[in-house]
Design a protein around this ligand. Structure first.
Ligand SMILES: Cc1cc2nc3c(=O)[nH]c(=O)nc-3n(C[C@H](O)[C@H](O)[C@H](O)COP(=O)(O)O)c2cc1C
Length: 213
């Protein structure tokens, strides 16, 4: 499988990191086109203390714990509008934007894209491929919400960066992964963790009245 993954300058670089790690671990993804906005590298420095500027695949591999020589990740410059993800004739399964800033969300929703991330998302929609968008801002204003609705109507899967707590995560990674596995579900990538709701655990069943056994 081949996907494009875009990282933009919304808070939540760790969502991008762990989505990439789990795509790599899935065993079915052979090629990831990675595109980062300038703001994404700034936020990654602030939040994770990692320097991803300079288009260095080695640095990205180290960030993800991949072997130095791994060729899974293909980095594309933001201004390279001739890169593979820019064309619908290049076959791939889909694209995820994680996390997605309100600026990128607006550019895609308006159809007035100016960089490779916007173009690749536009192409994914026009080819009826899976486009997963993980927006992050709080609170959302009416423009943000309308842009999400517009993109949802155009076929995008909107998965806000709002993980659940009902699995009682004990670490930030466990909290983040709960959302990441939902992203993989929507991309159609298998993973080892069950995110399928199976009702409350036995010890909590009395908390809600239910007619289930
Ligand atoms: C530390 C930091 C956190 C930010 N968090 C958000 C955020 O959660 N959501 C958002 O829409 N923008 C956020 N921004 C602002 C965006 O980075 C900014 O609007 C940028 O122009 C987005 O560009 P891009 O869409 O090309 O990545 C943040 C900026 C910084 C420096």
């Amino acid at each position: 499988m081949e996907f494009t993954l875009a990282i933009t300058g919304a808070s939540g670089s760790i969502y991008a990191q762990r989505t990439l790690m789990h795509l790599a671990a899935s065993g079915v993804v052979e090629h990831i086109n990675l595109i980062m906005s300038e703001a994404a590298t700034t936020v990654a420095k602030v939040e994770l203390g990692v320097d991803l500027t300079g288009g260095d695949r080695g640095a990205v591999n180290r960030w993800l714990g991949l072997p130095d020589g791994s060729r899974l990740i293909h980095l594309h410059r933001l201004d390279n509008i001739a890169a593979r993800p820019s064309s619908g004739s290049h076959p791939q399964e889909g694209m995820v934007i994680v996390p997605c800033s309100m600026g990128t969300l607006g550019a895609i929703a308006s159809g007035a894209g100016t960089n490779l991330i916007h173009r690749a998302a536009d192409v994914t929609l026009k080819e009826n491929r899976r486009l997963v968008i993980v927006p992050r801002e709080t609170p959302y204003n009416a423009i943000h919400l309308e842009n999400m609705l517009r993109l949802s109507r155009a076929g995008a899967h909107i998965i806000p960066a709002s993980p659940g707590f009902y699995h009682r995560p004990q670490t930030i990674e466990a909290l983040v992964d709960h959302l990441v596995f939902r992203i993989l579900d929507h991309l159609g990538v298998p993973h080892s963790q069950s995110t399928q709701w199976k009702g409350l655990p036995q010890q909590n069943r009395e908390l809600v009245s239910t007619t289930e056994d």
